[in-house]
Design a protein around this ligand. Structure first.
Ligand code: C2E
Ligand code: CA
Ligand code: CA
Length: 917
């Protein structure tokens, strides 16, 4: 690059120096031309001045003075003219230019153009006088003369003219004086005529004169456009002579002018040539390097070839070695073939019908036969590498396996009953034989396990058991099995401390059927009865055929430690069984009605005597029979009284519900500042004989008998009527009523319609109605409950979750329920001050309701301390004896009126306490 740059620099320099040289040559040429033109100009000016000098001479002036004085020509004027003639002659003789006479002729004309003096007339033709105001000069090209004229002025008036005529050849010395050796300098006339030099060797100049005279002056021109071939390649310069139409033309060839300077084009070509040379040099250098690289590669590939040859040699040696090994192998394989034949015989034995496995000394399976694979359902890949524990059916204790392996080690074998579990989880009865395999040195190398099929044997065993423990007609457990199960139940209940029950069932009038329709029909009835009874109990309860038409149901665990609860549950199942027999039996072609009599006895965790228990149940059953059949009796008189009372309660409740004899009491609900918000409506049943019956007594009866549905509807109706009534009184118009709705009610298909209809009939404002649900409502079918809640919510009804914290509170459903309120259960409030657990639960509920955006109400608040504790943890609503007991509507209205909006909350509560608590 640097080289290239310096190259450019040098060429640039060369170029500029050449241009300068040429400009200098040009300038020299131009200056010579101008000098020539000036010299000629000077010469001509001198001629004009000379003419003027003659015209202004004293002799002429005298002549005109004397003429004006009227002097006679003969005397005075003649002398004057003679004096002029002398002067002219003297000028003719004396004035020279470069050694030659300056004038050819001198003439003086008067005003009328008449010649007065004329000297040298023979040498030159007479010029015609001109009327000149100023001295002038004219070139007579034809006659090669220079004529200069000057006017004679006398007292400001023109009186005549003086003319001088000189030879044009006088200028030859100026023109021919050439610095180039050759006459290349020409004086051109105004229309291109060559005036000098006189010798006209350059005929081309003469012919081209007109064109040359037209060249622009003062500039060097290349004569490329000129027709004459001799002039081609010449440079020309035309310099005009000032004051005339003459010009000097100088010609020079390029060589003559510029000598050995270079033209710009040549400089450009030289530069180009240098660059090309340089580029070529670089190219050659590259080629040289490439050639060197190729040479290197060539050397290297030669080296590789040599290495390859070496490898090939090693390879062929290896091939030879392997061929030797192969022949050796072939020899060995021939020997193996012989051994294989022996092995195949062993394999045939291995692939027998019975499942077999081969293990190593540690019991890891090495192989299994096809029968074993298809028996277990495991693939060979799954089996190999495992131990027998993979398909062991029952877990036997470690002792069992220990003794098994002891036997194997000491005697070389073991056999016994070993059930197999297949891959799909089935159990197969098999007889396992384990035998040890020993080598020549009597060391154990493997074990073979053969599994013989004993399922048929087992099946037979099962059948025997069935005959022994099950009734052949109904398939139910027989008396023997029942007694066994009762014993088991005794043991379990002693551990759990819970109650169980035994139900003795006898079909009424079965003997009549057997006698009238025959034993086949009797058997059929027994089968169907067995099915109906079984359908009433859970899977882990036992229904047994005790003999003839007697069945016994064992409710092994009633899951309670309370006799009363156990009795209610046993009764419920007994009732269910009775209900199952209300429909008559289809015994084609007959329809046979059949009822049972049921005797019930509970057994406590302390009971141990099976016979005694059966006797008690049997006795109770006889009681039921004597009481008129198709009924249920308890053996325990206390239980019996309770059950009877309950039945009576149910009858009475049913009756009183029909007559709408139930009412509602209202318990106040207040906000955190003690302001009355509304009431919870609580059912009350004024019984004709017993007086006011507590809802905790009759609500469970109503729930278990389905009476809760009409009861709930009635309570709702009363509550709505009350709301409508309160809306007319300013003291009660803003109050809300919370009504309890049981899970069974919510489960009714038309519950939403029911509620809507009641609201419409009563005209109650649904926005003042709140439904209290318990968590039991949400145990099943939550989506359905949510859908119903959403619909009711849409009409304006609010929801409160009652007894919150006692049930299955699951955050997941809590978030989905359209609730407005959580109700902290009484039980937590009761011990909030003494039990840290309850306090924590209460706080948790408050925090939870806050995060779910729900309000919270604490129920069962009885003391100031409980109130203070809860108030410390949030802005709650309250319900409890501290604020007011459930009151009949009239009393509640009075209480509502006692709340004055102008009084402070604490005062209000105090006044409420005084008046109503
Ligand atoms: P519940 O819904 O938890 O109602 C609150 C019970 O707590 C009421 O008992 C009420 O009198 C009582 N209570 C209120 N404040 C206090 C207090 O400060 N201390 C104590 N110890 N108890 C207080 P009640 O009226 O005997 O009702 C018992 C249960 O019967 C109710 O419990 C509710 O589950 C059910 N119940 C009452 N009326 C109806 C009804 O119309 N429909 C249904 N389905 N159930 C009802
Ligand atoms: Ca409630
Ligand atoms: Ca409650």
């Amino acid at each position: 690059m640097a080289f290239l740059l310096s190259m450019f620099f040098l060429i640039g320099n060369l170029y500029s120096s050449q241009v300068e040289l040429r400009q200098n040559a040009d300038a020299r040429l131009i200056s010579i031309g101008e000098t020539r033109a000036a010299e000629i100009g000077d010469f001509l000016i001198e001629r004009r001045q000379a003419a003027a000098r003659l015209a202004g001479s004293e002799d002429i002036s005298n002549y005109f003075s004397n003429l004006d004085l009227g002097m006679s020509v003969k005397y005075g004027l003649f002398a004057n003219l003679a004096a002029i003639e002398r002067r002219f002659q003297a000028a003719m003789d004396e004035e020279k230019y470069q050694g030659q006479p300056a004038y050819l002729r001198l003439a003086f004309f008067d005003r009328n153009g008449v010649v007065q003096v004329d000297i040298g007339a023979s040498a030159a033709p007479t010029p015609s006088p001109t009327n000149l105001a100023e001295p002038s000069i004219q070139i007579d090209e034809k006659r090669r003369l220079i004529v200069a004229g000057a006017a004679v002025l006398q007292k400001g008036k023109m009186r005549g003219t003086v003319e001088t005529v000189s030879s044009l050849n006088l200028l030859a010395s100026l023109v021919s004086a050439t610095d180039l050796g050759q006459p290349r300098e020409f004086l051109l006339g105004d229309d291109g005529e060559v005036l000098l030099p006189i010798k006209r060797e350059h005929s081309a100049i003469v012919t081209q004169g007109r064109e040359l005279a037209a060249l622009p002056s003062g500039r060097i021109q290349a004569l490329s456009n000129v027709e004459a071939p001799e002039l081609k390649g010449y440079l020309a310069l035309r310099s005009p002579v000032g004051g005339t139409r003459l010009s000097i033309l100088r010609l020079a060839s390029e060589d003559e002018l510029y000598g050995h300077t270079l033209s710009p084009l040549s400089v450009f070509y030289i530069g180009l040539f240098a660059i090309v040379l340089f580029v070529l040099a670089i190219g050659f250098e590259r080629m040289r390097q490439n050639a060197a690289r190729l040479q290197n590669k060539f050397v290297e590939s030669n080296r590789h070839r040599a290495e390859l040859a070496e490898h090939n040699l090693a390879l062929s040696q290896e091939i030879e070695r392997r061929e030797a090994i192969e022949t050796d192998l072939q020899r060995q394989s021939a020997a193996l073939d012989k051994t294989n034949a022996e092995l195949r015989i062993a394999a045939a034995a291995f692939n027998a019908q019975e499942g077999m496995i081969v293990t190593d000394t540690k019991g890891v399976i090495l192989s299994a036969n096809r029968a074993f694979v298809s028996l277990t359902g495991y693939t060979m890949e799954e089996l190999v590498g495992q131990t027998a524990s993979l398909f062991r059916s029952r877990r036997r204790d470690a002792e069992f396996y220990q003794s098994m392996w002891n036997s194997v080690h000491s005697t070389g074998g073991w056999q016994g009953d070993m059930s197999l579990r297949t891959k799909s989880g089935e159990h197969c009865a098999r007889w396992l034989t384990i035998s040890a395999v020993k080598n020549e040195a009597s060391e154990v190398t493997n074990y073979i396990g053969s599994y013989y099929d004993i399922s048929k044997l087992k099946h037979a065993e099962e059948k025997i058991r069935e005959l022994a423990f099950f009734d052949q007609l109904t398939g139910l457990p027989n008396r023997v099995l029942l007694i066994d199960r009762v014993r088991q139940a005794f043991n379990a209940n002693t551990r759990n401390k819970s109650f169980g029950a035994l139900l003795f069932i006898d079909l009424d009038n079965f003997k009549t059927l057997n006698d009238s329709l025959g034993h086949d029909m009797g058997d059929l009835l027994l089968k169907k009865a067995a099915q109906r009874i079984s359908s009433c109990v859970r899977a882990d309860d036992t229904v047994a055929r005790f003999g003839g038409d007697e069945f016994v149901v064992l409710l092994a665990n009633l899951g309670t430690q309370k006799a009363k609860t156990a009795a209610l549950q046993a009764e419920a199942i007994g009732e269910k069984i009775l209900a199952a027999f209300t429909e008559s039996f289809r015994l084609d072609p007959y329809e046979y009605p059949c009822t049972p009599s049921v005797g019930v006895t509970l057994f406590s965790p302390d009971d141990r005597n099976v016979d005694e228990l059966l006797k008690r149940a049997d006795l109770a059953m006889y009681d039921a029979k004597t009481a008129g059949r198709n009924g249920l009796r308890f053996f325990d008189p206390v239980m019996q009284t309770m059950i009877s009372a309950r039945a009576a309660l149910e009858t009475d409740l049913r009756e009183d519900l029909k007559k709408e004899r139930l009412l509602l009491h209202y318990q106040p609900q207040v906000d955190h500042e003690g302001r009355l918000l509304g009431a919870e409506a609580l059912a009350r049943w004024p019984h004709a004989q017993k007086g006011m019956v507590s809802p905790s007594e009759f609500i469970p009866v109503a729930e278990s008998t389905g009476l809760i549905l009409p009861l709930g509807a009635l309570m709702l109706k009363i509550a709505c009527r009350q709301l409508a009534c309160w809306s007319a009184d300013p003291a009660t118009e803003r109050l809300t009523v919370a009504i309890n709705v049981s899970a069974l009610q919510m489960r009714q298909k038309n519950f939403v319609e029911q509620v809507s209809a009641i609201i419409e009939q009563t005209g109650a404002n649904p926005h003042r109605l709140k439904i209290e649900l318990t968590e039991s409502t949400l145990v099943s079918n939550v989506d359905d409950v949510i859908a119903k809640m959403d619909k009711l919510k849409a009409i304006g009804i609010g929801f409160s979750l009652d007894d919150f914290g006692t049930g299955y509170s699951s955050l997941s459903y809590l978030k989905r329920l359209p609730l407005d309120q959580l109700k902290i259960d009484r039980s937590f409030v009761k011990d909030v001050l003494v039990d840290p657990n309850d306090a924590a639960i209460a706080q948790m509920i408050i925090a939870l309701s806050k995060s779910l955006g729900l309000s919270v109400i604490a129920e069962g608040v009885e003391t100031e301390e409980q109130y203070a504790f809860l108030a410390r943890h949030g802005q709650l609503n309250y319900q409890g004896y501290l604020f007011g007991r459930p009151l009949p509507p009239e009393d509640f209205e009075r209480l509502a009126r006692a709340f004055s909006p102008r009084r402070g909350p604490r005062q209000e509560r105090a006044s409420v306490d005084r008046t109503f608590a």
